[in-house]
Write a new protein. Structure first.
Lengths: 148, 193
């Protein structure tokens, strides 16, 4: 299971970086489709870690350790950021027809929202990876697993 | 020892690359841009040109063009008739110049008279995908690239991503060291008492 998680996480990181510039990798069409698909994979990432989510949610105000709480808050921020990216992406999409979804506000607003939220989410992802760095080292067999 | 040196070099490279990428992408300004705009805004105050600054929409572009046209018209109203006449005469001179060009130059330049601009695809500010079919390259301001891969910007983003990861790892390490030393000193003081 851990190997599947690890591969999924690496793929998510690579695709997310490729999505950061719509012009860099096969243009806007790839950007929009891959952006939609990656959202599903983020949900898969959450489903694979569902036990942890459940445990921390239940014990957030009582027995959860400080680091787990920090990770939990970060995850909520990431979820909010990803939701904003998706919504703004839908509002400004050009290759996929989302004209039937009327989100209101000006195109300019959604465009700025898309840029700003994606940059913030990139920074949050960096922090998320930093907080899980030990797990990465264990998976890469650089460090032995311990329970601290 | 060698391991430590390699780690220090790697960390320094990541920090420097991350900082350069951060500056190049104008990361901070673009991140907080959303707090400076209202949902109904059609033009953003802090918006500037440039590829990394802002990908403005057609509305923003039109709004920015308008004040420039107004200032041009105002300037024209104040000039004397003789000069205005000369200004009006200029296009014909230009036409004459084009007529005197050889064929290769004329083909390269293209006929730029406004009546020859047929921008059906831009009508109403909406473009159809058929307008871009068969086009190679990066797709201009809309960012519709063809089948191109140019990962330079992705490397900048990777640099920033690595920077944040690195900072978090070392903050956590520092926190652990401080926390551990505090815990140890508390244990020691407990023993003294």
């Amino acid at each position: 299971m851990n190997i599947i998680k690890f591969i999924l996480n690496i793929l998510l990181a690579i695709v997310f970086l490729l999505l950061m510039d719509p012009r860099s990798f096969y243009g806007l069409s790839f950007h929009e489709w891959a952006g939609l698909i990656i959202v599903l994979f983020f949900f898969l990432h959450k489903i694979l870690n569902w036990i942890w989510i459940k445990r921390v949610t239940v014990g957030f105000f009582s027995k959860a350790p400080g680091k787990a709480r920090l990770n939990y808050i970060l995850d909520i921020l990431l979820l909010a950021g990803l939701t904003l990216i998706t919504l703004s992406g839908i509002a400004i999409s050009r290759t996929i027809d989302f004209s039937w979804i009327n989100l209101g506000a000006s195109s300019m607003f959604w465009r700025i929202m898309h840029t700003s939220s994606s940059l913030m989410v990139l920074a949050l992802f960096g922090i998320h990876l930093g907080l899980h760095w030990k797990w990465v080292l264990v998976r890469l067999k650089i460090k032995k697993e311990n329970n601290d | 020892m060698i391991k430590k040196i390699i780690t220090i070099v790697l960390v320094s490279v990541i920090l420097v690359t991350g900082y350069i990428s951060f500056q190049k992408l104008n990361f901070w300004e673009r991140s907080v841009m959303i707090f400076k705009i209202s949902p109904s805004a059609r033009q953003f105050e802090g918006m500037r040109g440039g590829r990394f600054r802002m990908e403005e929409g057609r509305e923003g572009f039109a709004a920015r063009q308008q004040p420039r046209q107004n200032t041009q018209n105002a300037g024209r109203m104040n000039i004397p008739d003789s000069l205005r006449g000369r200004r009006n005469f200029r296009p014909q001179n230009n036409e004459g110049r084009i007529r005197n060009m050889n064929d290769t130059l004329r083909a390269g330049r293209g006929d730029r008279r406004p009546e020859n601009f047929t921008r059906e695809s831009a009508a109403g500010g909406v473009r159809r995908m058929e307008d871009f079919e068969g086009r190679e390259g990066r797709g201009g301001r809309n960012g519709r690239g063809g089948s191109t891969i140019e990962l330079r910007n992705v490397i900048y983003f990777l640099g920033v991503f690595a920077l944040f990861t690195m900072i978090t790892i070392y903050i956590e390490k520092c926190y652990r060291i401080i926390f551990k030393s505090k815990k140890l000193s508390k244990e020691k003081s407990d023993l003294i008492i």
